[in-house]
Ligand binder design. Structure first.
Ligand code: ADP
Ligand code: MG
Length: 334
C-alpha cells in the first residue's frame, strides 16, 4: 500500500474528513483552508505522542486514536474555543492495515463526538509517533487564558478528579479491579471527554482556565504564576467519582485527584456571582478553593489546617498542621 492509498483509505475517506462548517478545503491540496468569521480569532495547539513515552507498546490502536484526539482537543476547551478541525502527522514503522483501520476508527469516533474535522496531515516512516494540531475559533478577546484570576474568585473544576490516575495501574496491567470499578475508570483514561461546551460557557465569566493534564496542583500552579496570585485548595472539596471512592482509601484518592494527570477536566477561577448560573446549566462544577493574594498553590483540610504538598504531589501534614493523629496520612522523607 503506497502513501497516497493509505491516506485515502484510512483518513481522507473517513466521515470526519469530509468538509463542513468552517472547513473550506480539507485533505487533498497543499494546504487546508479554514474560514473564520469577522471578529473571530484562531486557537491553535499541538500535541505529540511517542510510543513507549506517552503510550505503551501494547496500546490498542482504536483507544490510541480516540485518546490522542481527546487530549489534543481538550486544549481548545480550555481556551473557550469552538472546535474547527485538526491535522494528523503520523509516523509509522509499517503500514499495518488492521492497525490503521482500528486507529482511524477511534480517531473518527472522537472527532465526531467533538465535532472536529480531519483537515490534513503528513505520513512518514519511523517509530510510531502521532502529532495532532487542533484548530478552533473564539470571539476576539474572549479566549480563556491562565492569566486573569482575581483575588476573591472561587477556584472550580468541571468534574471528578483522579479517575485517570486511578486507572493507570489497570492500563499498565499492574492491577485488576471488578468490572464496575475498572470500566468507568478505564473509560475516563481512554476516552476523556474534552469539556468543549463548558469552556465556551465560561467565556466572559471565568477569569482564568486550563485543562488538567499534568495534575491539579501542577496545573493550578500555572494559573497562580500567570495570574500572580495564590490558590487555596480544600482537600475535602475535591470531587471524587464513586469508582475512585470505592476502590481507593481516602488518602490515595486525594493523591490521585491532586497529582494524577490525564483527567482533562477544566480548572477555572470565577467570581461567585457567576457560579449559580453555570451550575443551573447542569455542569458538574465543584468549588474546590479560592484565589487569595500571594504565590503558589496551597492545600488545607476542612478545619483550615495547612497540608504540605511534596514535589510528587503527595501530601502529608505540614509544619503548621494541627494534625489529627492519623499516622496513615503522614509521609516522610519528601
Ligand atoms: P504534500 O507533499 O503537499 O505535503 P502529502 O503528500 O504529504 O502532501 O499529503 C497529501 C494530502 O494528504 C495533503 O492534503 C495532506 O494534508 C494529507 N495528509 C497526509 N497525511 C495525512 C494523514 N496522516 N492524515 C490526514 N491527512 C493527511
Ligand atoms: Mg506532506
Amino acid at each position: 500500500m503506497g502513501e497516497f492509498e493509505l491516506i485515502r483509505r484510512y483518513f481522507a475517506a473517513a466521515p470526519c474528513a469530509q468538509p463542513g462548517e468552517g472547513v473550506v478545503q480539507g485533505i487533498g491540496d497543499d494546504c487546508a483552508l479554514l474560514a473564520l468569521a469577522a471578529g473571530e480569532q484562531l486557537a491553535v495547539s499541538t500535541d505529540t505522542l511517542v510510543i513507549g513515552v506517552h503510550f505503551p507498546h501494547s496500546c490498542d490502536a482504536f483507544l490510541l486514536g480516540q485518546r490522542a484526539l481527546a487530549v489534543a482537543t481538550s486544549d481548545l476547551a480550555a481556551m473557550g474555543a469552538a472546535p474547527l478541525g485538526f491535522t494528523l502527522a503520523l509516523t509509522l514503522p509499517q503500514a499495518d492495515p488492521d492497525w490503521l483501520q482500528a486507529f482511524a476508527e477511534g480517531l473518527n469516533q472522537m472527532a465526531q463526538a467533538c465535532n472536529m474535522r480531519l483537515i490534513g496531515g503528513d505520513t512518514t516512516r519511523g517509530p510510531l509517533t502521532l502529532t495532532l494540531t487542533v484548530f478552533g475559533r473564539v470571539p476576539a478577546g474572549q479566549a480563556l487564558t491562565r492569566a486573569g484570576a482575581q483575588v476573591g474568585d472561587l477556584l472550580c473544576v468541571g468534574g471528578a478528579l483522579g479517575d485517570a490516575a486511578a486507572a493507570l495501574p489497570l492500563v499498565l496491567g499492574q492491577r485488576t479491579a471488578a468490572a464496575e470499578i475498572a470500566e468507568p475508570l478505564l473509560a475516563r483514561y481512554w476516552a476523556p471527554q474534552p469539556q468543549l461546551a463548558l469552556g465556551q460557557a465560561l467565556r466572559g465569566k471565568a477569569t482564568a482556565a486550563l485543562d488538567i493534564s499534568d495534575g491539579l496542583v501542577a496545573d493550578c500552579g500555572h494559573i497562580a504564576s500567570a495570574s500572580n496570585v495564590a490558590l487555596h485548595i480544600e482537600r475535602e472539596r475535591l470531587p471524587l467519582s464513586p469508582a475512585v471512592q470505592s476502590w481507593l482509601d481516602p488518602q490515595s484518592a486525594w493523591n490521585c485527584a491532586l497529582s494524577g494527570g490525564d483527567d482533562y477536566v477544566l480548572a477555572f477561577t470565577v467570581a461567585q456571582r457567576h457560579l449559580a448560573e453555570l451550575q443551573q446549566h447542569g455542569w458538574p462544577i465543584a468549588v474546590i478553593g479560592r484565589v487569595v493574594a500571594g504565590k503558589g498553590v496551597h492545600l488545607f483540610d476542612s478545619a483550615g489546617h495547612s497540608l504540605e504538598l511534596s514535589a510528587r504531589g503527595y501530601l502529608h501534614f505540614g509544619q503548621h498542621s494541627g494534625g489529627t493523629g492519623d499516622s496513615s496520612e503522614q509521609e516522610n522523607g519528601t
